[in-house]
Design a protein around this ligand. Structure first.
Ligand SMILES: [Fe+2]
Length: 384
């Protein structure tokens, strides 16, 4: 592929799993490997502490940032780590400032937009985002966030890739008819995005000997990293809006896998959206007590009215951690109150991990301390 002057473009194959999985071909105006400097990027606090002694935890996420700080906070550097393990890290940020150029070399990112709108500029092109979007950015795709208004972002950073569950896909990768969303709900970049400039810094998050095995490097590129005149392939960033998730409902209670939207390496992402609930005349619409013995469960309460958690202090902006090894379920009285309900107006994003989660700096800051004892109506021998 040549430009108007007959000069060859520089072809880059970007591929996953040793070029044995999804890939794309990108055509650059300049050499994509031309860097002129590298330096350490000091990440914000990535250290985590075990959840020990073991307990369910309620994090009041909205206490982490003051709205007045948003103009100075960006979606990359401003992230504060709530929970993490070797497979996934969950951070939160309230961002109003343009972020630096950035890429995550550890894994894909799935950033849920709790509220706000703007554009994510990527090497593949620009992606508009809005409230309710999952913004899925493939590993090592250079991008930056440009909020149009203050954006509350819940960043789920994987180790490896994040994609729709395999059971939703045909053997050739098409979303099947029974899946709760389809290709027309996934929105990729529409056209090339070309930047101008030289000596452009890109922050790279990658594996290393820092806390959590993570470190950062600033790479300075001789020419602008957004110089792709065209690309094709099946690897690219996209958005999916939670409103386009068509919930599966049943005559009796549907287990969490019915609400799954993505899967990652050793974790899954589910969402609970406004829906009709169980319609058997004797059905109990709120969940049973459940012991997900292989998982820690992280629920982010995004909107509506969460029926099973009434009386626990959970509200919009709350995050709960229900660790494996301990059963959880409705707060006292919620089961009886739910009888006869036909519709739940609730919106929540859930991450279930297959290895225990540890608590990050932000999690420790907004741990409200008493949630563990709400099923016992507040009775507790020690509150922290
Ligand atoms: Fe649960």
């Amino acid at each position: 592929m040549r430009d108007a002057d007959g000069r060859l473009h520089y072809e880059e194959l970007m591929g996953e799993e040793g070029f044995s999985s999804d890939s794309s071909l990108l055509y650059h105006r300049e050499i994509p490997s031309a860097i002129v400097a590298t330096a350490t990027w000091e990440l914000t606090d990535q250290a985590t502490a075990p959840n020990h002694p073991l307990r369910p935890i309620h994090f009041t996420l909205h206490d982490l940032f003051r709205d007045s700080e948003a103009d100075m906070t960006d979606a990359v550097i401003g992230r504060r780590l709530v929970l993490g393990n070797g497979d996934v890290r969950i951070s939160y940020v309230v961002a109003g400032a343009v972020s630096p150029y950035y890429r995550n070399a550890i894994g894909d990112e799935c950033v849920y937009v709790e509220s706000g709108s703007g554009i994510v500029e990527t090497v593949f092109g620009a992606l508009p985002y809005r409230t309710g979007d999952y913004v899925v950015i493939p590993r090592a795709a250079t991008h930056r966030w440009l909020p149009a208004d203050v954006s509350r972002l819940y960043a789920i950073e994987g180790q490896g890739h994040i994609a729709p569950p395999k059971r939703y896909l045909s053997r050739y990768g098409q979303l099947l008819e029974h899946a709760p969303f389809c290709e027309r709900d996934l929105h990729g970049p529409a056209e090339p995005l070309l930047g101008e400039g030289s000596d452009v810094e890109v922050l790279v998050k990658h594996r290393g000997d820092g806390p959590g095995g993570i470190v950062g490097t600033t790479m300075t590129y001789a020419t602008h990293p957004f110089d792709v005149v065209g690309w094709d392939g099946c690897l690219y960033p996209y958005t999916f809006n939670i409103e386009d998730y068509m919930p599966l409902t049943g005559k009796v209670h549907q287990p969490p896998p019915a609400h799954q939207v993505f899967e990652g390496n050793n974790f899954v992402i589910c969402n609970f959206v406004p829906r009709k609930v169980d319609y058997h005349p004797l059905a109990v619409p709120v969940p049973y007590y459940h012991s997900n013995v292989d998982s820690d469960e992280v629920m982010f309460y995004v909107g509506g009215d969460y029926e099973a958690r009434k009386g626990s202090g959970i509200d919009v902006g709350s995050v709960t951690l229900h660790p494996g090894g301990h059963a959880h379920g409705p707060q006292p009285g919620a089961t009886e109150r739910s009888l006869g309900a036909e519709f739940f107006d609730e919106l929540a994003v859930m991450v279930d991990t297959f290895r225990p989660l540890e608590v990050g700096e932000a999690g420790r800051t907004v741990d409200e301390g008493v949630y563990a004892y709400t099923w016992a109506q507040g009775r507790s021998g020690s509150l922290r």
